[in-house]
Design a protein around this ligand. Structure first.
Ligand code: ARG
Length: 657
């Protein structure tokens, strides 16, 4: 049991004595103290309980304390201000907990919870196009959640729901049929397919832009007129009217600027192609490419022999390509059942939905109408084609049959919010209301300018390039650290390369995982490997530093054992570090409430900070006797917690940095 759970259990009993309301919301008001001057934990429920019971909060606080009976593990409990209860955990309890953590390879984290089965659907890129920066978040967040849930004893099944059946295959099939360079394809199929994908995209984009331009220009004229008219109006004398006029003019000007920008980009795109006679000639021969690509995709879905043969040839190459990224990230999946896997089930799903009267025909399509949404979910189009949603419904059914999950977590970016809300509503209507379906949504990665992270030429950033650059930056940090080592450099070139890979990949993952997943965040290579900030590099360094102490002191595992008697708190920083160490399990509980790995990252950062303060004020190797042993053990517990915590985030450590 961790201290927070212990407190919650005691106060649950106390709240139940005072009121028959649900104690849970009150128990949420027990938190670790932010500032150690207010003790270790704060119980802040007396004010709201007092309101409910129409009693002074301080009296309620007294009653709570009397009823909670916490004397056996708290050395002090003080009522402060309007009715805060500040609690100090008994040193003996802390020492007992430290010894339990020390003597358990899982660091005494709660494992006695009910085991549940989780399916985690994450990464799930559309293959046949290069993986880009947008894929990193789903991949690292999903992987971290899988590791954490497994660590606390749940059954976890990870499934990479690859987009392996969509229009992008129509694109490379079309590209292959018209533009393939056989020799290049034989030599390096992945590179050639990538070239074909890009080429078809460029041509499609060009023709779509040419087609859209007149409308956009018309829109531009209209926006310009609207702005001119407003601008020409005399400013109204009436204050309220003037305010309205100013607001409208500003809005019109903003809109105008936006459309101007769009039209300029479109014109530039067209001009760039027009400047190249070869491109003009080549692109001119494929005016209907957009429709043709859709037709190739439809032929594939209909079982056309040639397209299916090409698809069967391309898919393994595409899978190999993404595997190289996963290998580098140390991410593995239990299953990789892509969209194509469900193709044969789709018509059955629509039949079942219709038979159950969940879905019905509307305008030639088959739709599910939902009370909470203005538009229905279409499960089969007029032309007979199935949709992304249909596949997702088939997938839920399959997962249920196969694994009987209690929950399915979809780690997918926030733009698919509406898709998942509808999907879950339809699934419940269909009868899967016993599964906890959750969209673990996340925000966008932004560049320094606050816009979605792109290369200088405005393209999305490829994942391989991103990893390379992160490792490059890490190499500089590793070189500098080792060059400045007071005992002289410790790492040869091979070791530096290995450490740089670990630091770079770790930094990239941590930069993502340490952000609240629901917000957008700004990507910065420099911040990512900063040795002094909230980074993986800082945490890895904290770990390596402890290993350095062991090397200098000739300390081996045999010196790192102990019981509750082994611990002494002489300095405040020692006790503070000890308390932090004991809170690892609490951080994991918190992380799993709303599946937010940033809470675990934040905890690890605070732990490393507590260790840094301790290290400044408490000499380890030069102290003697019990004190030395206690300090060594605090170092060991810190290092182990950092190592375990980072491994739950999918990040490695090294003994030397
Ligand atoms: N392939 C999809 C995309 O790139 C994401 C799939 C997410 N998972 C799911 N079951 N829909 O947008």
């Amino acid at each position: 049991m961790n201290a927070l759970n212990e407190l919650k259990a005691r106060f649950r009993a106390a709240v139940e004595k005072l009121t028959d309301q649900d104690p849970q919301p009150f128990l949420e008001m027990i938190r670790p103290a932010q500032d150690s001057r207010f003790g270790d934990y704060q119980v802040n429920m007396a004010m709201s309980l007092g309101n409910r019971l129409a009693k002074p909060a301080r009296d309620v606080a007294e009653d709570l304390l009397a009823a909670a009976s916490i004397d056996d593990f708290c050395s002090d409990a003080e009522i402060a201000g309007p009715g805060f209860i500040n609690i100090v955990i008994d040193d003996k309890w802390l020492k007992q907990k430290l010894s339990a953590v020390l003597n358990d390879e899982k660091l005494d984290v709660n494992r006695n919870r009910r085991q549940a089965t989780y399916v985690i659907d994450f990464s799930s890129p559309n293959v046949a196009k290069p993986m880009h920066v947008g894929h990193i978040r789903s991949t690292v967040i999903g992987d971290a959640l899988a590791r954490i849930l497994r660590f606390v004893g749940h059954r976890v099944i990870t499934d990479n729901h690859l987009g392996d059946w969509g229009t992008q295959f129509g694109m490379i099939i079309y590209g292959y049929k018209h533009f393939a360079d056989d020799q290049a394809y034989r030599h390096d199929p992945i590179a050639e397919l990538l070239r074909l994908y890009r080429l078809v995209r460029e041509i499609t984009d060009f023709h779509a832009t040419v087609k859209r331009l007149p409308d956009a220009e018309q829109e531009l004229d209209a926006a310009a007129d609207e702005f001119k008219q407003l601008d020409r109006q005399a400013r109204p004398d009436d204050k309220a009217a003037a305010k309205k006029w100013r607001r409208e003019t500003a809005r019109a000007s903003e809109r105008l600027a936006e459309i101007e920008q769009t039209v300029a980009t479109m014109r530039a795109k067209i001009a760039a192609v027009q400047a190249s006679p070869e491109k003009m000639e080549r692109f001119g021969k494929h005016r209907d490419i957009g429709d043709q690509v859709l037709a190739e995709t439809a032929r594939l879905h209909a079982g056309d022999v040639e397209n299916l043969k090409l698809w069967n040839e391309f898919l393994p190459a595409c899978r190999r390509e993404i595997q190289t990224v996963y290998q580098r990230l140390h991410v593995e999946f239990d299953h990789e059942l892509g969209e194509s896997y469900y193709h044969d089930r789709l018509s059955g799903v629509v039949k079942q939905l219709t038979a159950k009267q969940v879905a019905r025909p509307s305008d030639g399509a088959i739709c599910v109408f939902l009370d909470a949404f203005d538009t229905p979910m279409i499960v089969q189009k007029k032309d007979g084609a199935f949709l992304y949603s249909t596949t997702d419904l088939a997938t839920i059914q399959y997962r249920h049959e196969q694994w009987r999950p209690d929950a399915i977590l979809y780690v997918v970016d926030h733009r698919q919010h509406e898709h998942f809300s509808k999907l879950f509503a339809v699934a419940r209507k269909w009868g899967f209301d016993q599964i906890d379906l959750r969209h673990i949504s996340f925000g966008t990665i932004l560049g320094n300018d606050g816009k979605p992270f792109q290369t200088r030429s405005g393209e999305t950033v490829g994942l391989q390039g991103l990893l390379d650059e992160a490792v490059n930056r890490a190499r500089q940090v590793v070189n500098a650290l080792d060059d400045q080592n007071p005992d002289g450099p410790q790492l040869d070139d091979v070791a530096r390369t290995q450490v740089a890979e670990m630091v770079g990949i770790g930094a990239l993952k941590y930069a993502d995982l340490s952000q609240n997943r629901t917000s957008d965040y700004k990507f910065s290579y420099d911040k990512m490997v900063n040795l002094k900030g909230n980074t993986a590099t800082y945490l890895q360094y904290c770990y390596a530093r402890v290993q350095g102490i062991y090397r200098r002191g000739g300390i081996g595992p045999e010196n790192l054992t102990g019981t509750l008697e082994s611990f002494t708190f002489e300095h405040n920083d020692e006790r503070h570090l000890a308390l932090k160490i004991c809170q690892f399990g609490e951080a994991i509980d918190e992380t799993l409430v709303d599946f937010k790995p940033n809470l675990l990252a934040q905890y690890l950062y605070e732990l490393a900070n507590a260790h840094a303060s301790f290290f400044n004020s408490c000499p380890v190797l030069s102290s003697t006797g019990n004190l030395r042993q206690s300090r060594l053990l605090l170092c060991e517990l810190t290092a182990r917690t950092i190592k375990t915590g980072l491994s739950l985030l999918g990040i490695d450590v090294a003994d030397r940095m």
